[in-house]
Design a protein around this ligand. Structure first.
Ligand code: MLT
Length: 410
């Protein structure tokens, strides 16, 4: 008899996006043939930049010849990509890292889900609320929480409610925790933490010896020159922060898969004997055991993003999505909705005016406006009363959707 990991029993029966798909399938089964606009899951719609596909095609050709064929690559990633990241994402912002502090991966979702393995099962975890569900579920699976209570909060998990009054930005907890997930620009609220807010978090982490797991998957969408793109722009973050980044949304890699995690060698964790160990060395050990490196073809594609042509093409894509966000914001505000985000992030967060719950609003949007969004409650209890729209859409579909929303709710 194979005993299972019973922590899985504690999870909600389905991950958020499959539940959205289930409801949409149920609706379309009953009313087939309708033209529905999907502004739900944040999945890109524009094709890859031609510089990226050309680099991947050239890499495929290299693999055809015995002289240039590649077998297993360096598990943490090829230097050509790590050096490009180092120079263009970090050194250009005054952040000094060494290439071996960068771990190329197959995407940020896996990194977000896996990084918790570095910590004790007894470690206390804090999360912003609402939040990207992967942070919560991966810790539930690992046994770091108790059961899900009737108020939709897991026992032992520390929730940091993000409210309108504080611009949906979480504040450091008063109780002791071992690590905390921060996401800026934020999924789902679109809020972006400013320099002072990030500094407060870094000072708190230094004081309490907690680790910040900083998810910067959406940094490319920051347009405001005063906002930091990396936690390492804050003095002192090298000793207390791990940063995750992704090519998914900034370069259209949701299907191709590539991201990276930065772990400076100064970030320390502690054994039960109080002895410090560098988390970088633990993650290197884990990588060597559980990963064989991101595909050479994909890494060549990612490196092409950093060429002048790749930069230009991908920034046009980012600008297109941010124009979508601006159009959505403006229209929804004109219709009288309360709206946040969408200025330095590809998500618009809105209040579900006149609806009993965010799932109720989701159902109404689907039935009355033929629009798929994401109910705020799916991101945590403090998401109740809100709804997320993604800017990853073709323009025509988006404009039609806004017309239908106006007819139904305006
Ligand atoms: C979302 O819609 O929240 C994103 O697609 C999440 C992800 O990138 O996994």
């Amino acid at each position: 008899m194979a005993l299972i990991n019973e922590n899985f029993y504690k999870l909600r029966s389905s991950y958020l996006f499959p539940e959205v798909r289930r409801r949409v399938a149920h609706f379309t089964d009953q009313r087939p043939g309708l033209n529905i606009t999907n502004l739900g899951m944040g999945d890109v719609v524009l094709p890859l930049a031609s510089t990226v596909t050309a680099a991947m095609k050239a890499a495929v050709e290299e693999l055809e010849s015995p002289d240039t064929f590649k077998g297993y690559g360096p598990v943490q990633g090829y230097d050509f990509l790590r050096n490009a990241i180092l120079e263009q994402d970090y050194a250009s912002r005054g952040v000094q890292l060494s290439p071996d502090e960068i771990f190329i991966s197959e995407g940020s979702k896996s990194d977000c889900g896996n990084l918790q393995e570095l910590f004790s099962v007894d470690a206390r975890v804090a999360i912003a609320d609402p939040v990207y569900p992967v942070y919560v579920d991966s810790n539930v699976m690992a046994g770091r929480t108790g059961v899900l209570r009737a108020d939709r909060r897991y026992e032992r998990l520390v929730y940091l409610p993000c409210r309108e009054e504080t611009g949906f930005v979480p504040e450091p907890p008063s109780e002791t925790v071992d690590f905390v997930y921060l996401c800026s620009p934020n999924n789902p609220t679109g809020a972006v933490m400013n320099r002072q807010q990030l500094t407060d978090w870094v000072r708190w982490a230094q004081r309490t010896h907690a680790i910040l797991l900083f998810d910067a998957a959406y940094e490319a969408f920051i347009g405001d020159a005063d906002l930091p793109h990396s936690i390492y722009e804050i003095d002192g973050a090298r000793v207390c922060a791990i940063e995750m980044r992704s090519f998914s949304k900034s370069a259209g890699f949701t299907g191709v898969r590539c991201g990276f995690t930065v772990i400076p060698k100064d970030v320390m964790g502690y054994g039960s004997d109080g002895k410090g160990t560098s988390l970088h060395s633990l993650w290197s050990r884990r990588y060597a055991t559980k990963y064989n490196g991101t595909s050479y073809i994909v890494q060549r594609g990612a490196a092409a993003v950093y060429t002048p042509a790749g930069r230009k093409e991908t920034s046009v894509q980012v600008a297109f999505y941010m124009d979508n966000a601006r159009i959505m914001r403006q229209k929804l505000l004109q219709m009288g909705f309360q709206v946040w985000g969408g200025e330095n992030a590809p998500y618009v967060w809105m209040a579900t005016k006149g609806s009993k719950s965010s799932w109720d609003f989701f159902d109404r949007m689907l039935a009355e406006a033929l629009v798929i969004g994401t109910p705020g409650i799916g991101f945590g209890p403090s998401g109740e009363g809100y709804y997320r729209l993604s800017a990853f859409s073709m323009r025509e579909g988006l404009e039609d959707a806004l017309i239908r929303i106006e007819r139904a709710f305006g």
